[in-house]
Structure formats: C-alpha cells, structure tokens
Design a protein around this ligand. Structure first.
Ligand SMILES: Cc1ncc(COP(=O)(O)O)c(C=O)c1O
Length: 411
C-alpha cells in the first residue's frame, strides 16, 4: 500500500457552501415565499449594482439567460451569430433554438478568447450579434469588441459564465455588452446549484423578463396578497425561466463571499504557476497586465515535447494520484449536429482542445491538496524525463507555434 492509497480522491471541482447559505435558505423556507420574489429581487439588485449595469434578471440557468438574450434581441430565422467554438454548447444551442445560425470563429493564442480580427472577418449582412465568452474567467478585449459591434451595428452579448468578478481595463466582465449572462451552476466561481443571471440594457432585460415569465406583464410577487392575482395579460408567447427565492437565497450569500473566493483561487493559481513553470512541454496560463482574472479555470497546456501527453497525464493523475481534472472544451464545431465543414479556420481552437487540461482550483482546496497536484505533476515529469531523454529529439511543432510558445518556459 502506498501513501496515495490512503488519500481521498481530490475532485476537479467542489462547491464551497457554509452556514450562511444554510441560514439564508432556512430563512426563505420559513418565509412563506418560495418562488421568484423578494430574495431574487435582492440578489438581482446586488449584482446589478456591483456591475453598474442598467438591469438584471435572475433565471433558472445561464442557458435560460442565453436563450432569453437571443429572443429579447429579436434574433431569429436567417440571422447569423458569431461565436467562438472553444466554448460550452449552451450559446450555440440557444442560437439554433431561435432559428438563427451560429458562425464559429477562432480564438486568440494567449488568452483563448474569441479573436476580434477573426470575428470581424466573419461579419456578413446577415450577422446580428457577436457572442464573446471570457474563457476560464480571463475577460476578452471588451473595448475592441464594443467598438467592433458599434461600428457594424451589431449586438454584443457577453457569455460571462466563467467571469463573475473578473475585469479588464477597469471594466467588469458583463458590464460592456448590450446583454451579458452568468452561470451559477454547481462548478462555477459561485453557485446556486443551478441558476443564472441576465444583465444589461434596460429595454432588452425588460423584454427578457417578460419572455421569461410566460409573457405575463406583471410578476406574481407583485400580484400577491391583497392584489387580484388574476389581473394580468399575456403580451408575448413566453417561457418559464425565473429563479426561485430558495435558489436566490444561496446566491445572495455566495455573491457576498465571491471576492474572498476569487482571492483564494488566485492564490492557488500563483502556487501552481510557480511550481509548474519549468516543466518541459507544459505551459501555464498567461494573464494580461490589464486583467483581474476570475480563475474559474486553471489550465495547463501539454505539447508534444512533454514526457507525457495531455490524455496520459489526465489518466495518470486520476488513477495513480487520485486527482481529478477536466478539459475545456471539446470545440462545439466537432460535436454531433455541429460537425460539418466550417467556413472559418479554427486552428488555435483545435490545438487548445488537444493540449488543455484543467487542474483543481477552488476556494476550499487546502495547501496540502494544492501540493498534491504539483507534486504529482513534478514526479510524473521527473519519472518520464529519463525515458524522454532517451527518445529521439523533437522540435517545436506548428501546434506549439500556434499557441505562441516553442518550449516550456517561454509562455
Ligand atoms: C461558457 C459557458 N456558457 C454557458 C454555460 C451554461 O451554464 P448553465 O449550466 O448555468 O446553463 C456554461 C456551463 O458550463 C459555460 O461554461
């Protein structure tokens, strides 16, 4: 039996829930009001103020927020929406649900965010919106995208699922787009189990609220009590996407803790970067000087010069060291219904998809757990170094150059 056999499995992600969330949920359960009401309103207002946006609407998931964003923007049949392929399928799926077509473009080599030049090259007279996604919590070039959208009369929608609390050039992610969406899914920087929020321009959020509440022109909370609950009209064919107050209760407390969560994630990221930077063939993430990242993901990139491939590393971390990892993402253009010839080159996207590995990085991780991850990678690299040294030499591949580095420590 080895020391590792005695250790529990270290998952890739684990939510941080404390006594405060439990007390707030209990308060809601005892309040007599469980659906979208005063707690959801409090949660919406807190996030709205923090971002400095015009309006906010708490919903059942980020996917619901995306669907509402596209519907409220009037996106539909015949329209095109530019989006990265290096993302989760939620935004492209929601685009398809409206009858519009997602147009996939490549990401930048250093931040893995949608490339403004690639996005510009993909604009046609059918383009209605650009969806940017702040990869892993590192905001994209918000100013460049705002200008691009304005110059071409397009809507800018921020998929900020990873980036609540992140900023670039002094602007919070989610505060620049006409609309922006956040995810409170169980693995995100703060969670409500399932949940999301749509924020942005008052006219668009107002329409989204109507669409997300059956198309009914007043909220049940406002109609409750002494008012006539049947006094409403249906003004558009809406859906039911609201967040419950039980969920919002968790959100109120998680949002209060978010700065501390982010600080702890940043600490873990700094530990990883200093311990892993010298490993051959392994690159650590780059943060641009004007950026305060949210550190939803801590990504490493393993190229062909490394002594173990990305997939082998993930498998050995899991089986030998009992450490969970994840990969972000399988590019959407390679998945099922999306797998067809693409109009635009996706070279960087495909390279990232082969090389990227997400390491555990969440507030409740202890220093001992962080050391488990760095020790495992260092010992794996050490063990393989001798064998790799005996193998035929290798020079940088096109993949490596495409990601902006040609060896381990130049990234
Ligand atoms: C970039 C991105 N957008 C949207 C979503 C969808 O979020 P939700 O699960 O809250 O619908 C995810 C989920 O992981 C995501 O990573």
């Amino acid at each position: 039996m080895t020391d590792t056999d005695l250790l529990p499995f270290l998952p890739w992600n684990r939510p941080s829930i404390g006594a405060e969330e439990i007390a707030e949920v209990t308060d809601t359960l005892c309040s007599g009001w469980l659906t979208h009401g005063p707690k959801a309103a409090r949660f919406e207002e807190t996030v709205r103020k923090a971002l400095g946006v015009e309006d906010s609407f708490a919903v059942s998931s980020c996917t619901a927020a995306l669907h509402l964003a596209f519907l409220a923007s009037g996106i539909g049949n015949g329209d095109e929406v530019i989006t990265p392929s290096l993302t989760f399928c939620a935004a492209p799926n929601a685009v398809l649900q409206t009858g519009a077509t997602p147009v996939f473009v490549d990401v930048e080599p250093l931040t893995y965010n949608i490339d403004p030049h690639a996005a510009e090259a993909a604009i046609t007279d059918r383009t209605k919106a650009i969806v940017v996604m702040h990869y892993g919590g590192h905001p994209c070039d918000l100013r460049a995208f705002r200008k691009l959208a304005d110059d071409h009369g397009l809507l800018l929608i921020e998929d900020a699922a990873h980036a609540l609390h992140a900023s670039r050039d002094g602007h919070r992610a989610g505060s620049i787009g006409d609309l922006a969406v956040f995810s409170f899914y169980a693995n995100k920087v703060m969670t409500t189990g399932e949940g999301g929020m749509l924020v942005g321009r008052a006219d668009l959020v107002h329409r989204a609220r109507l669409l997300g509440r059956h198309g009914i022109d007043s909220s049940i909370w406002k109609r409750h009590g002494t008012r006539n609950t049947a006094a409403y009209e249906v003004t558009v064919p809406g859906l039911k996407y609201v967040m419950s107050d039980v969920t919002a209760a968790i959100g109120v407390q998680q949002f209060r803790k978010l700065p501390a969560f982010t600080a702890r994630r940043a600490e873990i990221a700094a530990t990883y970067t200093s311990a892993l930077s010298g490993l051959p063939g392994l690159a650590t993430p780059k943060v641009l000087p004007s950026v305060e990242p949210g550190w939803f993901l801590y990504s490493i990139f393993i190229d062909d010069t490394a002594p173990a491939s990305r997939d082998e590393t993930a498998e050995l971390l899991r089986t030998r060291y009992k450490i969970g990892t994840s990969q972000h993402f399988r590019p959407v253009h390679t998945l099922g219904i999306y797998a067809q010839a693409q109009a635009h080159p996706l070279t960087v996207t495909e390279t990232v998809a082969r090389q990227q590995l997400s390491l555990p990085c969440y507030p409740d991780m202890t220093s001992r757990e962080t050391a488990r991850v760095t020790d495992a990678l260092q010992s794996l690299w050490g063990e393989r170094a001798e064998a790799a040294a005996r193998a035929p030499g290798r020079t940088a591949t096109t993949d490596d150059r495409c990601l902006g580095y040609s060896g381990a420590d130049s990234f």
